[in-house]
Design a protein around this ligand. Structure first.
Ligand SMILES: Nc1ncnc2c1ncn2[C@@H]1O[C@H](COP(=O)(O)OP(=O)(O)OP(=O)(O)O)[C@@H](O)[C@H]1O
Length: 264
């Protein structure tokens, strides 16, 4: 395996508020990494740095072997809310990146139609976002992010707005998509079980500013399903994360003077 995205000694502040300090982080090609950490610690900021929406104060961010400043467009970014355009149909929404890249509208839309069965959306090609369920909207959003042509996907709490059952279905669906596409995925989640179920490694962000992340490998073979949560290895990793997270919240609370009520 080779590193596909790497932060090296990255520091970043919003004005005088430091978020990252000499931060090292890497994800290998084809890995699935979950990021977890107290609320407000800087997870979304990390994604914005990775996507090139923000630039580090110092240090560098490499994609493959290159230090890339213009990362926008090299990385697929799926935000918490799907941001689909309500006036465009499923096909028109998902075809947008291809059209932006210069593909003729008709070809772009055909390519999307060819993809829709994998997403369970073949009967919804000409529907508008308002007619879709939350899970369907997220699948359209995922397809659109993937069609930006990137093999690296940043998923910022992609399932947080979904009901429990849809969320479980989407977790299994995403695992399958990850294995089929071979993409590198980095996912922020507040849900510890979700973090473990999906990932090769769970990275816990802590400290104000964040310096060295903790990481835990998940020693469970793929393919995984929601039933993998019952495995002894799963429960062991969950307990370890809980311990670390509790400590991280306590530390953050002490540093920020809010009594440690930061997670959630
Ligand atoms: N544009 C900004 N200017 C100044 N401060 C900001 C800005 N964006 C975020 N912050 C602050 O930086 C810190 C980190 O924010 P960020 O959104 O990255 O955290 P997070 O870990 O993703 O939080 P959550 O889990 O609640 O989504 C927070 O204290 C937030 O208030």
């Amino acid at each position: 395996m080779s590193e596909q995205i790497a932060f090296s000694q990255v520091s970043f502040s919003y004005g005088t508020k430091p978020i990252l300090d000499s931060f090292d982080f890497f994800v290998e090609k084809g890995e699935f990494v979950s990021l977890i950490g107290p609320s407000g610690i800087g997870k979304s900021t990390l994604f914005q740095l990775a996507a090139g929406l923000l630039q580090p104060g110092s240090g560098d961010i490499r994609i493959g072997k290159e230090a890339v400043e213009k990362r926008l467009g090299k990385i697929g970014y799926m935000p918490q809310r799907d941001l689909l355009m309500p006036w465009r149909t499923v096909v028109e929404n998902a075809a947008l990146p291809l059209e932006i890249q210069g593909m003729a509208k008709r070809d772009a839309q055909q390519k999307v139609r060819d993809e829709l069965p994998r997403y369970g959306l073949q009967d919804w090609a000409d529907a508008y976002p308002g007619e879709l369920s939350g899970g369907m909207r997220q699948r359209v959003s995922f397809l659109r992010a993937l069609l930006f042509g990137s093999k690296i996907m940043l998923l910022d709490e992609p399932f947080s707005a979904l009901d429990g059952i849809t969320r479980l279905e989407m977790q299994e669906w995403l695992l399958q998509m990850w294995q089929e596409t071979g993409s590198t995925m980095i996912m922020i989640t507040h849900d510890i079980d979700e973090a473990i179920l999906m990932a090769n490694r769970v990275i816990l962000l802590s400290g104000v500013p964040i310096t060295q992340p903790f990481e835990l490998s998940v020693p469970i073979e793929y393919p995984r399903t929601t039933a993998s949560r019952n495995l002894a290895e799963f429960l062991t990793v969950r307990e370890q994360i809980w311990q670390l997270l509790r400590q991280a919240v306590r530390d953050q609370g002490q540093l920020q003077g809010n009594g440690g009520k930061a997670y959630g």
